[in-house]
Design a protein around this ligand. Structure first.
Ligand SMILES: Cc1cc2nc3c(=O)[nH]c(=O)nc-3n(C[C@H](O)[C@H](O)[C@H](O)COP(=O)(O)OP(=O)(O)OC[C@H]3O[C@@H](n4cnc5c(N)ncnc54)[C@H](O)[C@@H]3O)c2cc1C
Length: 485
């Protein structure tokens, strides 16, 4: 089949899934006003793949069918393959200004890494490869849920007083049965499939059989019997024009808790089963974290470029760009963009072949982004708040431009270098990017979506080889001692 159009993607989302928000079951995410804006954006991304000007940069020929398939599925074997994937990611993330972090390329990249490293899944490796090929050939959208509900983080999931986390409760000839909840699946409303895998920040204890039911990895279609999704409320305001909430009304990618009510998973969809060793090591052994990080660093480049040009536009309207601290803020945003770009390029330049022949981007530049971009984005929001000051929220709704007070609005909302229409549109955009509940969710996303930064920092400390640096200190001190100065 190969790449789908936006219309085909939207058709696929009308599958009878059990998705709830505000106490109601959502009948159709493509039509419900709280979801339709995001669904339309997803459709736009899939239509972009068919744009004759970009099709060669966004797709490649499937090695099994020869059909055109999405480039984010490419199993990278060379540095050039990584660069091709990056170009594809950038098209999607420029379109969404980096605000649709969980666009499907994220999991496509991780799936391709899992498939390339299928040996790491032991006896279930063939299932992973078949699943990856099915998703690639049908251009399906996947979401993933890795973490368990926040109940008692001082104990591992197998030692909780309250038995809430999803686990395998039964095995049958046809598969496993899963019951309980997983904490989070971003993009669930817009996905065709749910993947359940380990979370790198939450390893299971190796020395107890109690952990075995949680040592699971599998995938099921969103509309599977017994699978329910509870969405957080939308960040989109339903009053006013979408121009009042230009980002939230297009890019709220949704987040949901996943409830498994005795969900049956056929064996061919099981990737990890009762194996804590594989559960705890699968990311390290397949390079999937780095494949995902290469995608999100590209998303972060699109996002930092957007925040930078937004600030440039903002400061020109009211002529504040002559002030030194404003120039300082702009310089910080330039540096953010160039830091992200440099790390991305460096990750490709330092990429290396894994033992199973996959080209894995260099880890250390991507760690700079994984641990640093959350802070960069929060700082970018702060810089835009400093620049916009009172004007960031003291703009009327877009409808006011054509309302009863349109003459007042046209006169009193002008800025030195913008008429009131341009100023209101721009400041509503800046508000949504840097101050609104949409922005708050983006800030939390950037802080946590790639795992807890506290635990990730500890992991970096343990993995990074500091021995040569420590030796240099002692050698230098020896040299100083000997030279007698
Ligand atoms: C907007 C958003 C979208 C997300 N999307 C997804 C998704 O699609 N799929 C998915 O699987 N996950 C997703 N995540 C979840 C993400 O993986 C987790 O937020 C992250 O792993 C941290 O876990 P937690 O939120 O449960 O925080 P907790 O683990 O409960 O941590 C809470 C606080 O306690 C501290 N803490 C807890 N345990 C320890 C410890 N052992 N050592 C030191 N400090 C500790 C943390 O540092 C933190 O400050 C998303 C998160 C956000 C915010």
């Amino acid at each position: 089949m190969g790449i789908r159009t936006g219309a085909q993607v939207l058709d696929g989302l009308r599958d009878g899934r059990q998705l709830y928000m505000n106490g109601e079951r959502i009948a159709d995410v493509t039509r419900d006003p709280r979801f339709a804006g995001g669904a339309r954006t997803v459709a736009e991304l899939y239509d972009l793949q068919h744009d004759p000007k970009r099709i060669d940069e966004m797709t490649y020929r499937s090695p099994t069918t020869g059909d055109r398939v999405g480039l984010s599925f490419l199993e990278a074997k060379t540095r050039d393959d990584l660069a091709r994937r990056r170009v594809m990611y950038k098209h999607w993330h420029d379109h969404t200004l980096g605000m649709f972090g969980r666009a499907p390329d994220f999991l496509n990249a991780m799936l391709s890494a899992w498939a390339s490293g299928q040996q790491a899944f032991g006896q279930y490796g063939g299932n992973m490869r078949a699943y990856y090929e099915r998703v690639r050939e049908n251009d399906l959208i996947t979401t993933h849920s890795l973490t368990n509900p926040q109940v008692d983080r001082s104990k591992n999931v197998a030692a909780q007083a309250k038995d809430l986390a999803a686990k395998v409760v039964k095995e049958t000839d046809s598969g496993i049965v899963v019951h309980g909840a997983r904490m989070l699946a971003t993009f669930g409303a817009y996905s065709d499939e749910l993947i359940v895998m380990p979370a790198p920040s939450f390893p299971l204890p190796e020395n107890t059989d109690d952990a075995l039911p949680y040592a699971t990895g599998f995938a099921v279609p969103m509309a599977t019997e017994g699978l329910r999704f509870i969405c957080r409320p939308t960040t989109m305001h339903r009053d006013g024009s979408s121009m009042d909430h230009p980002l939230a009304s297009r890019f709220d990618e949704t987040d949901c808790m996943v409830v498994f009510d005795n969900v049956k998973v056929p064996w061919e969809r099981v990737f990890i089963h009762r194996d804590v060793g594989i559960f705890n090591s699968i990311y390290a052994r397949t390079g999937a974290v780095l494949a995902g990080a290469h995608q999100f660093a590209t998303k972060d480049l699109a996002k930092s470029e957007f925040m930078m040009v937004l600030a440039f536009a903002l400061v020109k309207t009211t002529n504040i760009d002559g002030f030194q601290h404003i120039q300082g803020g702009l310089a910080e945003l330039i540096n953010q963009t160039e830091t992200v770009r440099a790390c991305l390029v460096a990750s490709e330049a330092t990429a290396a072949l894994s033992p199973h022949g996959a080209m894995i981007p260099g880890p250390w530049p991507l760690e700079v982004i994984r641990l640093g971009y959350g802070q960069m984005f929060r700082r970018a929001c702060e810089i835009i708040q400093i620049m916009g000051a009172g004007g960031l929220f003291m703009v009327p709704s877009y409808a006011e431009l054509d309302g009863a007070l349109s003459e007042d609005v046209a006169r009193y909302y002008q800025a030195a270098n913008a008429d009131s229409r341009a100023r209101i549109k721009l400041f509503r955009l800046a508000y949504d990017a840097a101050l609104s509940s949409f922005s708050g969710r983006q800030q939390l996303y950037e802080r946590y979506f790639a795992g807890d930064p506290v635990r990730s920092a500890g992991g970096l400390y343990h993995r990074y080889d500091t021995k040569p640096y420590a030796e240099r200190i002692w050698q230098t001190l020896d040299r100083f001692e000997k030279d007698g100065r």
